[in-house]
Design a protein. Sequence first.
Lengths: 223, 827
Amino acid sequence: MLEARDVSKRVRSPGGDELEILDAVDLCVPRGASAAIVGASGSGKTTLLGLLAGLDQPSAGRIVLDGHVLTDLDEERRARLRRRLVGFVFQSFQLLPALSALENVLLPLELEGAGNAVARAREALTAVGLARRLRHYPAQLSGGEQQRVAIARAFVHQPRVLFADEPTGNLDRRTGAGVIDLLFELNRAHGTTLVLVTHDNNLAARCDALLELLDGRIRAVQA
Amino acid sequence: MKALPPAWHGLRREWRLPELRTLAAALVLAVAALGAVASLGARVEQALLARAAEMLGGNLGVSTDYRNLPADFSAEAARLGLQQNRSANFPSMAFHGEASQLLDVLATDPAWPLRGHAQLAAGNGRVYDGHGPARGEVYLDQRALDALHLRIGDTLQFGGMPLRVAARLVQMPDGGELFALAPRAVVNLADAEAAGLLGAGSRASHRLLLAGAPAQIAAYARWAKAHLPGGARLITPTDVQQRLRFAFNRASTLLRLIALLSALLSGIAIALAARRYALRKIDEVALLRALGAPRRQVLGLLATRLGSIALAALAVGVLLALVLAALAWHLAQALLPQPAPPLSIAPALGAALAGLAVLLGFALPPLTRLASVPPQAVFRRSLGALRWRDRLLYLLPLPVALGLILAQGGGLKLSLGLGLSLIGVGAAAALISAALLALARHTAAHAHPALRIGLASLARRRGLSLLQSVALSLGLSALLLLAVVTPALLSQWQRELPPDTPNWFALNVQGAQRASFARQVAQAGGTELNMLPLVVGNLSTINGVPIAQQHFADAATRRWAEQTLRLSWSTQPPPGNSVVAGHWFSAQPRMAEVSVDRGWARRFGIKLGDTLGFQVGEQNLDARVTSLREVRWDSFRVNFFLLLDPAHGHSLAHNWLASFHLPPGQATRLQATSRALPNVSLIDVDSLLARLRGIVVQVGTALRWVLGFSLLAGALVLVAALTASARERRHEAALLRTLGADRRQLLLASIAEFAMLGAIAAFTGALGALATGQWLALNMLDLPHFIVPLRPLLLAMLVTVSVVTLLGLAGTHKLLSSSPLRILRQE
């Protein structure tokens, strides 16, 4: 379902040296499964997540997402693929401040040109327990509520794969736990493949697979 | 001072913030625009004054009728180190053999002229610049030479003494008089005095002309004003000619307007940049407040940082203003009078003060909101509630703008007019924008998906979109006013002196000679012939009271009342005349009716319904004032203070006054007319017209230079205003890209959004420019027939939509080709 073979990422530093962020990473996450990528700060977790989601291209290697070879596609084609197949949850929520909760959730549907968009967005927000907060703006919501809006946005167009970057990083333990429950619940309900980056051991423990990154290389894989 | 060290510490970091750079750039532009325009404007005005001084023959004049000026006037001029020229003007007969001719004589000392040129022609035809004639010599114009059958080198009899004709008078600084009735002669002042022509009982008017540095001239003018004897008056270059005064007023009004609009444009950009800065600083202020810094210290810190950047920007602005003014002058100098007046630094420093006012007025409202950021904003970003006091502060730009207009010498009328126009454009833009945004939001649901995103995001960012469209509308209004309306106003003004403006006048054409005169003129190649009846008489009574028994406010008014009066009549108001009170003549009035120039009526305290008595030869006529007219005295047409109704006017003894255009160099072809109709006086005003046209062309050139620079400043500020929201858009587009928006969708969304914004701004901006331009033409520039040209305005609207769209797209262009991951990480 989601497969990375021999993926490397090198960037040029401001001093002109070449930095190796990822080095020959291999991984495979089956359809409907969940995988956590863990590791110290600077170990390359977010870079790997970005490559797996098709937000960037690796320097070497091959990534296949739901049968599509991402590394053969240009940014335009990857964007179209993301629109259909991928959902995102970010550590800093990434909601647009000028849009209400409902309008934020509407975004992926509008991009897709989907029918019955408002009803579907309303339904998604109801599913995350925010039926009474549709017209609220991000600044009027708590951190946990904002992340739930982000989750509703991630699931509203029923993606095949959901990528989450430190989804509980900005939340307290209790709120974080609530958000994780919600994430796995939706993951099960929609049969979505879940790939998340986290420092949270409890969260990592709930995933089907755990990949530990150290200095750009996979050090350990637990299934 | 506790705030200083961290303020300096953060200064370098702050300088990297794009909005502070925008703010500094806008401030530099505001000061540069105001300063360059003010410096260049002051220089152009000085140059034009110098030009007018050439027409006067000096920088300042004092004139008296019938007697010499007290000696202390000359002594004061000598004390101030001014150059002096004494002269007298009077009519006198001259004789040569059997021929005799009444001459308009200027008797002057050899210093004449102090400014400008007296062009003389020698016997061999060589033209040269000369000075006042030596004793025993006289200069005559061609008409005098012809009338007295003289050639250069001959001798004539003048005031009982023989004078040798030393040169032919080609052109002289003539004090701007429209025309001299009699042929002209220039003699030495001492000769005229020796001949007893200036003694007691003489009808000569005396004039003391002065030239020198502006400060000394101003000092002398102040002294002279306080010591003027009765019947004496000061003559300054600006009031040499009413026509020239009109030109100066228009030129300076236009110059001020252009500078002001540039400064206000910058103000808009400053307000937008300050708002962005305030939003960015919320976190820092909240953190400092949470760490225990008192509000005053936090604000002091920000004020010190901003103040340092503002000071630097003001200094750069002043420098740039001076460089640009010098450069513009250098490039335009071939077309402007020489030599260049010195470039003064005062206007640029004044502009720096104005720039500071613009900064405070436009940046303070958004920045003071930082004062209300609560410490708990470290947990949740918020500016705090908007208090009423803060809301009121948002009105601050208005008094600043009005103050700026007043400070620029715009006067209350211009200030209020422009201020109200700006408020009107702003309010209309806000209302129309709100309506169109609501419409966009409503229709977005049914539109193409990409258009839907663009229109929806414009509609959703309602506050920011409204702010931007109002700012863009105001900016565009100012730009359109500059780009479309001002050149049209200028060309309309230049059109007032078309090439076929009458350049010859003929006096004393008898009724029976009209047809033959018209034929003669046509044969000589004259065109645009216009003949008006002329009645010469005196004002005998006002409301039945004889003039001798009237009490007048001053001696000048009495002189006006006693002098010969020229009247005419017309079936309808002549061109350049408009009835401002009462009504035009009835068809066959029982009692004679008269229409009076408003200025003339004011001088004599005459109102509608009063009766004026005229004496024309043996005839007496009482006429009731039935209308007051506003007369365009700068129109170069023949105008009259008093117009009678045709039925009664016709019954008075009259002859005809003619004006026509003769191509330059054709004057000799009129000799046949002179011979055939010897009683007709022909007067050439071509040289005066040429000088006047020269001034209009020069003013136009100067204005175009200033205009071009201001347009550039305005366009740059417009870019700054448009990019003020670039960060929001970039962030939004980056997120959409991450969520899968493709290039086409983003492009279409951006086009829809910016085209809509541009259309709203173009529509309201064009309406604003149209209304303001029309108001300016009517009320400030005295151009009643001006119509804002619609075609260039429509074209400008199209260009506006395209430019706004392209500029907007340029802001999002980078985003389309870079990795969304990178963009999200940078945000």
